[in-house]
Write a protein of this length. Structure first.
Lengths: 521, 476
């Protein structure tokens, strides 16, 4: 343990800079104590009291005093000398201050007053507050977050309605406003068809198909899944409809939802009837005959809604034919069904898109096939254990129980792929039905893991003497960030039958189940 | 809505960062926030806060409060004995004022207890420290915050009836504010020292020095404090932890006036030597000036402007203009700082003193751009100093054109803290502060930078929301 010091005569430094030097010197390994001070009487007294030696007080002298191991003291004095030199001081303040991070919507607006829409995806407990702030600052809102209490949803929507603002959500997954994708959205060309959707994947299916059919989207607005309940009364749906009605770029309007509360459906259809533009309505599962009104067209499936809208834009005939199995497809499906073992009787639907799961169940029910599900539609049964399929099972792997603490399968399909493998391995499985969703927000390589899982599972099943049919639908466009053509090719080479729409894929699946159970009409 | 579809979308993205990247990839514009749950994570209060943003009553009240703050013209009018200046300390009253929000004797920190006991001895209410402490504990001497009586004091902030106080008057509204004299560094009452030499200095300050300075102030020509403070900001002070320039400027004003008073040359010399020997001499005047400006903005119903921030060595407390004299308190945040030789964080008292009234007025930490040396307390750079001042603009109602910052191209200091902006952004007011030893009488052991705790602002907003809700229920 040694004590070393150094005096610099007539070297004046501000006490604050000296404290900084002291702290750095004291941090030297092996240094016990270090002090760099002007040798004022008070400081000299402090040094003595701290056991750093006795010194003569001369206020304009600078003192460096260190205690510790011999080597450390030497190093510390050298370090202090460097820090006290003019050169080191000049280099100290050079860095530019980084731009301040923006931590609130108010701060963002203060910096850029042109902000006009808030896209909010924070946890549900905080989401409504952020949305309210945005509205109060005069902005429109897309609320991607779910788990927002319904009273707060209502408060937001009433506030917005009074001020002619739009609240898309809560639980709104998809929107495209003026060509800008918000949340999970496909890359589509601009065009004449406007969409208001209460379902994110439903809106994706409609907009992607419209693009693939050569037409485009003016705007696709979302409402969130609870908007058409009796409590909310379809405030956002009605607002979106009015906005598209007034929008010069929009020629045809499509409304997408599960069946609304009856009084809400009535109000929405009345508003649709008042619109000067043709309105195509898909209330999934509702009888199209119940959708009436001047210039209002009911559709049975998401794909059909897109087809009708495209027909209306072209000014031609409105096509609304039921999905027919063309001869070639029918022969393929029959061939597959014939090659199966006696135990293979059931469909296993494994979905990442909630609305795709819903629509697939509807198609199967319409074909007389009842299924179990974690999210059963009318006429279907509640699955006892979501991790285990029973008989016909169609599950939504984007539902809360699968996504708690884990990424949504549209973002990370690992869990969903494993489930597909599990279903292929089940001797009772005749057909595995699934969706692949492309677009902004979705997995960059949606089939990367899937192909391997499917290959291995099929090889194993084949070794056991079974051949399982795989039917899929790819929701996406050739403009999406993922390579759509590559995805289709990969699926086909893995032996997956790829349909042109979710409803068509479900119809193919139902045909196989019908052939296997002998329940076909 | 028509606007939504008719114009180019400018998105603020709150939450998943990937969404902003997607928008940009598609050719759109998005600003991504570094978001964290506001109001300290209290979801219910966050919803209440959302409803207060853009509230017309709050906006109007804040305009009024802020205008009064800007219009204030603090003027150094006198140096008086506290008993003559502050009614609560008037003749025959056994009352002592202390810094911070209200706190009973038994909960006070060491330095504050030491200073109060010293003040009781100084007043001659007790013959020794034991008796002094018993008097304080028994309630025989009333203990109340300076802020409750228009006063402020650094550190322990103790003001007793026989002490001289600076009298600063806001010439615009006529309100007065008071602060005690700065005793210098080392063993001083404001750090809880109460030994005979400390009391001896207080007696000299309350006697010969008081008489001389009072005469000088009477003869002083230039009494306006705003120009002096503005000048000091241009000379490297931030008027909280650094007052070297302002102390020099006030010395210049006092010196000639004092000489003109025709006092004994020894008295004049001792008085001037005391002022010249203390680089913090102006701090207490700065604080009184700030108090007079803040008080001008106080008690405007519904205003969310912060009119006081202060610490009692246990808790940090704030007041809002719109919630009157109610205090909102939370344990003080830790100080990020540097220590004098031989001391460390274990020796430190919790943050202490009324001097955060300077930050409340846009000085101190808010004016750090004026005083890059201060940022070195935490190993920062001049760039950090300007960044600190800039960041404070996010939580203030505006910038004070009377106090400009050369490093920010002569922009005004951020001033008028809006509690809503603090709670919403999570940006906490920066405070430059000295660090007191937790034991009475040891003195200052370091200095550094700290922040005001979020819980104060959250609680204050909850109380302000109640006043709004009460008005909502009233029949119009």
């Amino acid at each position: 343990m040694s004590l070393r010091s150094r005096r610099y005569s007539n070297l004046y430094k501000d006490s604050v800079s000296l404290m900084t030097v002291s702290a750095k010197v004291a941090a030297t390994r092996g240094v016990e104590q270090a002090s760099v001070v002007m040798a004022t009487p008070a400081n000299v007294e402090n040094l003595a009291r701290a056991g750093l030696g006795e010194y003569e007080a001369r206020a304009n002298d600078l003192l460096v005093a260190v205690s510790g191991s011999e080597d450390a003291c030497e190093e510390a004095l050298h370090l202090a000398d460097g820090l006290l030199s003019a050169k080191a001081a000049a280099g100290g303040g050079g860095e530019a201050a980084a731009d301040e991070p923006l931590t609130s919507i108010q701060m963002a607006v203060a910096r850029d007053p042109s902000l006009n829409l808030a896209l909010i995806s924070v946890p549900g407990a905080y989401a409504a507050a952020e949305a309210m702030k945005a509205l109060r600052l005069g902005m429109d809102v897309m609320l991607f977050s779910d788990n927002v209490p319904v009273e707060r949803e209502l408060a937001l929507k009433l506030y917005a309605r009074e001020r002619d603002l739009m609240v898309m959500g809560p639980d709104c997954g998809t929107a495209i406003v003026g060509g800008v994708p918000l949340g999970f959205a496909n890359a589509v060309r601009r065009g004449a068809i406007g969409v208001v959707g209460a379902s994110g994947t439903g809106t994706q299916e409609v907009t992607a198909r419209i693009h693939q059919l050569g037409q485009g989207i003016s705007h696709a607005l979302g409402t969130g899944g609870h908007d058409l309940s009796a409590k909310i009364g379809g405030i956002s749906m009605l607002h979106g409809l009015a906005a598209l009605d007034a929008d010069p770029a929009t020629k045809v309007i499509v409304l997408v939802s599960k069946p609304p509360a009856p009084e809400v459906a009535e109000r929405v259809l009345a508003a649709a009837g008042r619109s000067a533009k043709p309105v195509v309505v898909i209330f999934l599962g509702a009888d199209p005959a119940s959708i009436k009104g001047e210039g209002v067209y009911g559709a049975r499936t998401l794909a059909e809604a897109a087809d009708i809208a495209v027909g209306l834009v072209k000014g031609g005939e409105v096509r609304a034919a039921p999905i027919a199995l063309l001869g070639e497809v029918q022969r393929t499906l029959d061939g597959l069904a014939r090659g199966m073992t006696a135990s293979q009787r059931f469909v296993r639907g494994v979905f990442s898109g909630g609305t795709f799961c819903y629509e697939a169940q509807l198609v199967h029910v319409a074909a007389g096939i009842r299924a179990y599900s974690n999210t059963p539609t009318d006429g279907n049964l509640q699955l006892k254990d979501s991790a285990k399929s029973q008989q016909n099972t169609i599950i939504d792997m984007g539902d809360d129980e699968f996504t708690r603490g884990r990424p949504h399968p549209m973002i990370d399909p690992t869990q969903r792929n494993a489930r597909i493998g599990q279903e292929i391995a089940d001797p009772e499985t005749a057909v595995v039905l699934f969706d692949v969703v492309l677009g902004y927000g979705a997995s960059a390589e949606p089939t990367a893991g899937l192909i391997g899982v499917v290959g291995a599972a099929r090889a194993q099943a084949k070794a056991a003497g079974r051949q399982v049919a795989l039917v899929a639908h790819v929701c996406g466009t050739d403009l999406d960030p993922q390579n759509r053509a590559g995805v289709l090719a990969a699926l086909k080479s893995a032996g997956v039958l790829v349909a042109s729409s979710n409803a068509e894929a479900a119809a193919w699946s139902a045909a196989i189940v019908a052939a296997r159970s002998g329940a076909g009409r | 809505m028509k606007a939504l579809l008719g114009r180019d979308l400018e998105v603020v993205n709150v939450g998943l960062e990937g969404f902003a990247a997607d928008i940009r990839a598609a050719g759109g514009h998005a600003t991504h926030l570094s978001w964290a749950p506001p109001a300290g994570g209290d979801s219910a209060l966050g919803w209440t806060l959302a409803g207060m943003i853009g509230d017309r009553r709050i906006e109007e009240a804040n305009c009024k409060a802020y205008d009064r703050y800007l219009a204030a013209q603090p003027r150094l009018v006198d140096l008086m004995l506290a008993r003559d200046a502050i009614p609560a300390l008037g003749e025959g009253k056994r009352r002592i004022l202390h810094s911070g929000p209200p706190i009973p004797w038994e909960h006070m920190c060491g330095p504050q207890k030491g200073a109060i006991a010293g003040a009781i001895l100084y007043e001659g209410w007790a013959s020794d420290l034991d008796i002094a402490e018993r008097l304080a504990a028994s309630g025989a001497v009333a203990l109340e915050p300076c802020h409750a009586h228009g006063a402020v004091g650094p550190m322990a902030g103790v003001i007793s009836p026989s002490m001289p106080v600076w009298v600063v008057e806001n010439a615009t509204a006529g309100n007065r504010a008071f602060s005690n004299l700065n005793e210098g560094l080392g063993k001083v009452l404001r750090f809880g020292a109460n030994s005979p030499d400390v009391l001896e200095r207080l007696r000299w300050l309350g006697g010969e020095f008081f008489t001389a300075l009072r005469a000088a102030i009477g003869a002083m020509k230039e009494r306006d404090l705003k120009p002096l403070m503005a000048q000091a900001l241009h000379m490297g002070d931030e008027l909280h932890n650094r007052n070297a320039a302002a102390s020099g400027l006030i010395f210049k004003r006092l010196a000639l006036a004092l000489i003109d008073c025709g006092l004994d040359s020894g008295v004049v010399r001792r008085a001037l030597a005391f002022v010249a020997g203390n680089d913090h001499f102006f701090l207490n005047i700065s604080m009184a000036a700030c108090k007079s400006m803040s008080d001008a903005a106080h008690r405007v119903p519904f205003s969310s402007m912060v009119t006081a921030m202060t610490r009692n060595g246990v808790n940090f407390g704030i007041r809002l203009s719109g919630t009157g004299d109610q205090w909102f308190e939370a344990p003080a945040n830790a100080v990020n700082g540097l220590y004098f030789p031989g001391f460390s964080v274990e020796d430190a008292a919790a943050d202490l003193g009324d001097s955060a009234i300077t930050e409340t007025n846009g000085l101190g930490g808010f004016a750090m751009a004026a005083s890059p040396a201060i940022v070195q307390f935490v190993g920062g750079t001049p760039a950090d100093a300007t960044a600190n001042s800039r960041r404070m603009l996010a939580i203030t109602l505006g910038a004070n054109p009377a106090f400009t910052l050369p490093a920010l191209n002569f922009a005004g200091t951020p001033a008028g803290i809006d509690a809503r902006l603090v709670a919403d952004s999570g940006v906490l007011p920066i405070i430059n502060t000295g660090i007191a030893h937790k034991k009475a009488g040891v003195g200052q052991i370091g200095a550094g930078i700290t922040t005001a705790p979020m819980a104060c602002f959250a609680d204050a907003l909850a109380a302000l929301a109640q006043t709004l809700a009460i008005q909502d229920k009233r029949p119009s």
